[in-house]
Design a protein around this ligand. Structure first.
Ligand code: G3H
Ligand code: 13P
Ligand code: NA
Ligand code: ZN
Length: 311
């Protein structure tokens, strides 16, 4: 069923696991994710960025998610706006049938972030839609917002209580060393997550669901496959799976994954073309990509999220 994130997060918090939030851009991605969740009986968040919404045109992704829910009535599915840049964008998605939205005011001055998040909450809660907001800045590329590596700004635990109380948001994304994209650490640099900040934040917000953005692991097998079949992604590095698992066992209830889906899809299509140079039916290579996404999502559910059988 199509649901908001309230119940999933409560169960995830209490159960010491996290829900996967996967970015969707087309039919094959949606189907690959849903097959994995159906196979492993896992709840899921399908999330749409504003650029995905623009790419696919607003109605398409909503309609395909409705179809996915119809085909999988026993799987709790939340349709979520990823990195909503404004009240207006959040409102448009709520009006379109999204069950959850993120208002991302992390690049704005604190008081502006509070004020706009509060407006989004006020509107969203009238329609039973849950709201995520963000405090702190992730390094790397965050949609249109670019944050320089050395200017990454971890979430200040002293701010979280005031922010959550004044806005009424249902979950909070924090910056503890993750970043968007496929190049999260420099070669030779030791991957590090500030789990001490997560701990400090959850001490201030007992029982409150925390979200991790930029949490792809950039699986070496796919990076290697891309490079083997003509791609050039040297030094692509992600967050080690065991660190994510540790975060999922704590207050983190939502783990965002986009880059890993992109990589699995691209690696598979590159390999497919290399091995089948005469094929030109898109269903063949997109079908292979869809299978790869299913495999990847099953792997995430088992290794990182811990949400198998929680549907
Ligand atoms: O956080 C960013 C997500 O990976 C979405 O990226 O804006 O290119 O769709 P996108
Ligand atoms: P990755 O780039 O690590 O997959 O992060 C995705 C994300 O945070 C979407 O909001
Ligand atoms: Na958790
Ligand atoms: Zn993000």
């Amino acid at each position: 069923a199509l649901v908001n994130t309230k119940e999933m997060f409560k169960k995830a918090y209490d159960g010491g696991y996290a829900i996967g939030a996967f970015n969707i851009n087309d039919m094959e991605i949606i189907q690959g994710i849903m097959s994995a969740c159906a196979e492993l009986k896992a709840p899921v968040i399908l999330q749409v960025s504003s650029s995905a919404r623009k790419y696919a045109h607003p109605a398409y992704l909503v309609k395909m998610v409705e179809a996915a829910v119809k085909e999988n009535p026993d799987i709790p599915v939340a349709l979520h706006l990823d990195h909503g840049p404004s009240f207006e964008m959040c409102k448009a998605c709520i009006d379109d049938g999204f069950t959850s939205v993120m208002f991302d005011g992390s690049a704005k001055p604190y008081e502006e972030n509070v004020e706009e998040a509060r407006r989004v909450v006020e509107y969203a809660h009238k329609y039973n839609v849950t709201v995520e907001a963000e405090l702190g800045k992730l390094a790397g590329v965050e949609d249109d917002v670019k944050v320089e590596d050395d200017k990454a700004q971890f979430t200040d635990p002293d701010e979280v209580q005031d922010f959550v109380t004044r806005t009424g948001v249902d979950s909070l994304a924090i910056a503890i060393g993750t970043s968007h994209g496929a190049y999260k650490f420099k070669p030779g640099q030791k991957p590090k997550l500030r789990l001490d900040i997560l701990e400090e934040v959850s001490n201030r917000l007992p029982g409150f669901p925390i979200v991790l953005h930029g949490a792809s692991s950039v699986l070496p097998e796919f990076v290697q496959m891309v490079n083997q079949y003509g791609g050039q992604m040297p030094d692509a590095i992600g967050i080690p799976e065991e660190m994510l698992r540790e975060a999922a066992a704590k207050a983190v209830c939502k783990i965002n994954v986009d880059s890993d889906l992109r990589l699995a899809m691209t690696a598979t299509v590159r390999k497919y073309f290399a091995e089948n140079p005469s094929h030109f039916d898109p269903r063949q290579y997109l079908g292979a990509a869809r299978d790869a996404i299913q495999g990847l999502v099953e792997h995430k559910i088992k290794t990182v999220l811990g949400c198998e059988g929680k549907a």
